[in-house]
Design a protein around this ligand. Structure first.
Ligand code: NAP
Length: 244
């Protein structure tokens, strides 16, 4: 018996990295998943990798019409949602207070804050009472990490949304939680300068990057009834970076 038997999950930004691992684990645990990404080729590869009980819907979280099309597809194919994992997000290194541009600020806050809000808003009409919403934040909102202040502030907003929405949705018994990953070995971090990676490894008590699967298992916990008494929380999966 799987932990998500019969559940319908939507994973936004699910074609690589930690969210792809999450999609695979959710299916192993009995869910049907909808995954999104902007690039069709990557989406097709992800759907093939997940293998079964999956629908890929190409789309950009930033486009309201794409979000509408995503949730129309979910409604037409399954009729409802039990779990939503909003994972897509982005940031830039080297953006200090003295040199950060308006464009970086705008792009980061649109992708990581505005788009998360409207993804959740547009999913709500399909949500079954008792569902689980998981927002991908970052340990960056808990630490001073020079050069990524705008990203960190955007992820603080995501963490804040989890608090407020936990209250706003409690009467529908929808739980809302954030995950704050530490440095995780994904395509997103693969291209970062080695010096930055070494600095992160040195700061992590466990002395390594996390694996995408280690975020997937945390997401499974928050998605399933194993976390039935947890809402409004921020689950740090960071090798101890922000905890000791
Ligand atoms: N990796 C880390 O160390 C780390 C640490 C803390 C927090 N995080 C957060 O964790 C999340 C996932 O990171 P990751 O490292 O797994 O990233 P990743 O490997 O780069 O994957 C990002 C996924 O999101 C999709 N995506 C990006 N922008 C999108 C958009 N506008 N609309 C729809 N899909 C979009 C990408 O596909 P397409 O490019 O084809 O759209 C891809 O499927 C992000 O929010 C990131 O900020 C990452």
């Amino acid at each position: 018996m799987g932990k998500l038997d019969g559940k319908v999950a939507v994973i936004i930004g699910g074609t690589s990295g930690m969210a792809l691992e999450t999609a695979k684990l959710f299916v192993e645990e009995g869910a049907y998943v909808f995954v999104t990404g902007r690039r069709q080729e990557k989406l097709d590869a992800a759907v093939a990798e997940i293998g079964h009980n999956v629908t890929g819907v190409q789309g950009d979280l930033a486009k309201m019409a794409d979000l509408d099309r995503l949730f129309e597809t979910v409604r037409d194919e399954k009729g409802h949602i039990d779990v939503l994992f909003v994972s897509a997000g982005s940031g830039h290194l080297g953006q200090f207070v003295h040199n950060v541009t308006e464009q970086v600020f705008h792009d980061t806050f649109v992708t990581n804050v505005k788009n998360v809000l409207f993804a959740v808003q547009k999913a709500l009409p399909l949500f079954r009472d008792g569902g689980s919403i998981i927002l991908n934040s970052s340990i960056a909102h808990r630490k001073a990490l020079p050069g990524i202040g705008v990203y960190s502030a955007s992820k603080a907003a995501v963490r804040s949304f989890a608090r407020t929405w936990a209250m706003e949705l409690k009467d529908r018994k929808i739980r809302v939680n954030a995950i704050s990953p530490g440095p995780i070995d994904t395509p997103h971090t693969a291209d970062a300068p080695q010096e930055w990676k070494d600095g992160m490894i040195a700061a992590v008590p466990m002395g390594r990057f996390g694996e995408p699967r280690e975020i997937a298992t945390a997401a499974l916990f928050l998605a399933s009834s194993d976390s039935s008494y947890i809402t409004g929380a921020d689950l740090c999966v960071d090798g101890g970076l922000t905890q000791v």
